[in-house]
Ligand binder design. Structure first.
Ligand SMILES: [Zn+2]
Length: 440
């Protein structure tokens, strides 16, 4: 049955009906279910959102590329034994928030902030196995069915967290912003993901006892209310004693006895773990950027000293400098960030803003457009509008201000103000009519 928490939008339904594939057995559970989206559509939805969603969740973790390859190899070993062949892909994201997510079609991400909480490869296989089931069993797609919003739901799942600090900036039209208000998977989906995740990890050779220790750890961490936990994975995968109990009961069907891979995991995580003091300082600095940018800068210098390979620290340093109006130095810091990681929108956005403040318009435009290609943001659009205005290009300026009007808070207000200034000249009649009669 279809249900929706929002009014059905006319215009969406005909598109949905075109995609109806019919009633099919679920590839994982074998249960009959209504399938509205073709596999091609699922894969295409996941593929389209994969890049922007990685960007919006902190970008790739690149300081230790070996780690990404390792996680992908563990993920592929579990995906290979799943009930559904999909173009599975696994990435490590550069965020301290403990989180993992799956998009329809098998696009899966895990944050470094979750990796450092795990103790062995079997626990990693349990996390990835769980996400693989979400993709294989079409949970994202069935959430799409429920909400009648094409492709939006899984993004909401991933972003309903502390990661949403990025989301506040995101422009409409990417399918990401609208997703923030959607809910995640159902409890039944979570139970299915836990159970069949254990099945897959076992077939792949891992000890299923790790799925129990993993859930126990989650419960303990959520009870301790360690910052970040409730906003991260637990927003979408609420831990509970019930889930621990169910996983323990599932050991009867999928008995332990496989590999834990504790030594291997420790070795692969050693580089990242050794740099924890650097990431702790950077996380603290990020919170202080607006209120105490000088203190933030000092912390970031310390972080950089401890981990000179991390692009994120250089980018944050750029932000701390820009907050102090030290734009030339900020550009240098963003240059350093981009030399280390040329694939993250935030570095181009920051450098573009700094160039704009220095009235280096050509460089500003180039960076802001590059940032928008990776992840469209209201802030980039608005600043591009200011650049266009300064160059006397009213048409572009008006279009860009118009699109940035959707932003929250002072940015949206500024964009509206600038848009109206231009629009009054073009359409004076529209504004005269707004003046109440009797006042003219
Ligand atoms: Zn889940």
């Amino acid at each position: 049955m279809l249900s929706t928490t929002r009014p059905l939008r006319i215009g969406v339904l005909p598109a949905i009906l075109l995609l109806v594939a019919g009633c099919e057995a679920n590839p994982v559970t074998g249960e009959k279910e209504l399938v509205l989206f073709s596999t091609e559509h699922e894969i295409d939805t996941g593929r389209r959102h994969y890049g922007p969603l990685q960007q919006a969740s902190g970008g790739r973790y690149t300081a230790d590329p070996e780690l990404g390859r390792y996680v992908a190899s563990v993920g592929q070993s579990v995906a290979r034994v799943s009930d559904r062949a999909l173009p599975y892909d696994f990435v490590v994201l550069n965020s301290s928030v403990p989180n993992a997510w799956a998009l329809p079609g098998g696009k899966i991400a895990i944050n470094r902030g979750l990796l450092t909480k795990l103790e062995n490869e079997a626990e990693l296989a349990a996390v990835l196995g769980h996400e693989i089931v979400h993709a294989a069993a079409r949970h994202g797609a069935s959430a799409m069915n429920r909400n009648l919003i094409l492709g939006a739901v899984s993004l909401g799942v991933a972003l309903a967290s502390e990661d949403s600090k990025h989301a506040a900036l995101i422009a409409s039209g990417t399918g990401v912003a609208s997703a923030l208000i959607d809910r995640g998977y159902s409890r039944a989906d979570e139970r299915t993901a836990d159970r069949y995740g254990m099945k897959y990890m076992r077939v792949a050779g891992y000890d299923t006892a790790a799925a129990v220790t993993l859930q126990e750890k989650f419960v303990a961490l959520s009870e301790g209310r360690e910052p970040g936990w409730l906003g991260g994975l637990f927003a979408t995968h609420p831990p509970s004693k019930e889930r621990v109990k169910l996983n323990r009961a599932a050991l009867a069907d999928f008995p332990p006895g496989g590999e834990f891979g504790a030594d291997r995991y420790r070795l692969r995580l050693a580089y990242l773990r050794a740099r924890k003091p650097a990431y702790d300082r950077a996380d603290k600095a990020e919170k202080l950027l607006d209120t105490e940018p000088r203190k933030a800068l000092r912390l970031l210098e310390e972080a950089i000293e401890r981990e000179p390979r991390e692009a994120l620290f250089q980018g944050l340093k750029g932000q701390a400098l820009a907050r102090q109006r030290r734009y030339r130095e900020a550009v240098d810091a963003y240059d350093a960030a981009i030399r280390r990681d040329a694939g993250y929108y935030g570095h181009y956005l920051g450098r573009g803003l700094a160039h704009s403040a220095l009235r280096e318009r050509a460089q500003a435009r180039k960076d802001l457009e590059r940032s928008n290609r990776l992840l469209p943001t209201h802030l980039a659009n608005y600043t591009l509008g200011r650049v266009a205005m300064a160059e006397g290009n009213r048409t572009d300026a008006k279009r860009l201000f118009g699109s940035a009007r959707g932003a929250d808070g002072s940015l949206g207000e500024a964009a509206s103000r600038d848009f109206i200034m231009l629009d009054i000249a073009d359409n004076p009649g529209r504004y005269i009519r707004l003046i109440p009669s009797g006042m003219v």
